[in-house]
Design a protein around this ligand. Structure first.
Ligand code: CP
Length: 311
């Protein structure tokens, strides 16, 4: 079993077998990051460029560490101190860096489709680290890895994604991935934060949080993305918290052995209470740890595809 593409642009269209391959591969990398010496020679000689046009804490550091743990040569590009500030285009920027002989590019960009666009301009493998409101595939993979690690399966679990569905690339990638893996998926949020033609996702959707989370195994809570909202899409933060915030009181509606997730960064006291975020059922920091193993798996599996393409 191999991945069909040499890029990771999104989980839409990815098969259950491909997702399982990534998650299974991440299991052995998860073990490596618990070792006293967290380094293997797997990607020695491979150069990876981390190209972040948008802010990031978890994804950027996680990719950088994953590359170092695999012995890749890793370079990170800061737009604020680069010639992007002089007006250089994405295409020219990346083609110039590729001329210095890199093999893989990890890109985060505010524009949907920027990772796909790069695949048309350069020869390196491209990994999407979040593009606009489109997809964030490695986040959904690490979310699925975390759920599977706890329950031993994804099949048949009820997973509810709550919050700013309209602007969330994490929701989209989770929907495609979880559906492929046989989970029962529901989304919930204010009607103003639901995308047009929401029914096309093929999942249950709710504007009432109590109804959505009743009997759920996993609740994955999305951040309210103030930076992506061009208009006031709900009257006030207090009203959002009252209607959709996940509090200890609301947890009573969930299944026994429930799990609380959040991709971060969290707005504590808005979409999630501190009690819930720091509670025994929260796996928020475990998601971050698992993210490194999942990204090591993605880098490893895609680097093999480049070697194949060059033979
Ligand atoms: N979850 C996530 O993508 O976090 P960062 O924006 O910090 O990378």
């Amino acid at each position: 079993m191999k991945l069909r593409s040499r890029h990771l642009l999104g989980l839409e269209g990815m098969t259950r077998e491909e997702i399982s391959l990534i998650l299974d591969t991440a299991v052995s990398f998860r073990e490596i990051i618990e070792r006293p010496i967290k380094k293997v020679p797997t990607l020695r000689g491979i150069t990876v460029l981390n190209l972040f046009y948008e802010p990031s804490t978890r994804t950027k550091i996680s990719f950088e560490l994953a590359e170092k743990r695999l012995s890749a040569d890793s370079i990170s590009f800061a737009t604020a101190t680069s010639s992007v500030k002089k007006g250089e285009s994405l295409r020219d920027t990346v083609q110039n860096i590729e001329a210095m002989k890199i093999d893989m590019v990890v890109i985060r960009h505010s524009s949907t489709g920027a990772p796909y666009y790069l695949t048309q301009c350069i020869n390196s493998n491209v990994i999407n680290a979040g593009d606009g409101a489109h997809e964030h595939p490695t986040q959904a993979l690490l979310d699925m890895f975390t759920i599977r690690r706890k329950y031993g399966k994804l099949d048949g679990l009820r997973v509810v994604l709550i919050g700013d569905v309209k602007h969330s690339r994490v929701v989209r990638s989770n929907i495609w991935g979880l559906k492929a893996m046989g989970a029962s998926v529901a989304i919930c949020g204010p009607s103003t934060l639901m995308p047009y033609e929401v029914e096309k996702f093929g999942v249950e959707y709710y504007t009432n949080v109590e109804k959505a989370i009743e009997g759920a195994d996993v609740v994955n809570i999305m951040r309210i993305q103030l930076e992506r909202q061009t208009a006031g899409l709900f009257p006030s933060m207090r009203e959002y918290t009252n209607l959709f915030g996940i509090t200890k009181e609301r947890l009573k509606l969930l299944n026994k052995n429930y799990t609380i997730m959040h991709p971060g960064p969290m707005n504590r006291g808005i979409e999630i209470s501190s009690e819930v975020a720091d509670g025994d059922s929260s796996v928020i920091l475990e998601q971050v740890t698992n993210g490194q193993a999942v990204r090591m798996a993605v880098l490893y599996l895609l680097s093999g595809k480049k070697e194949e393409a060059e033979q």
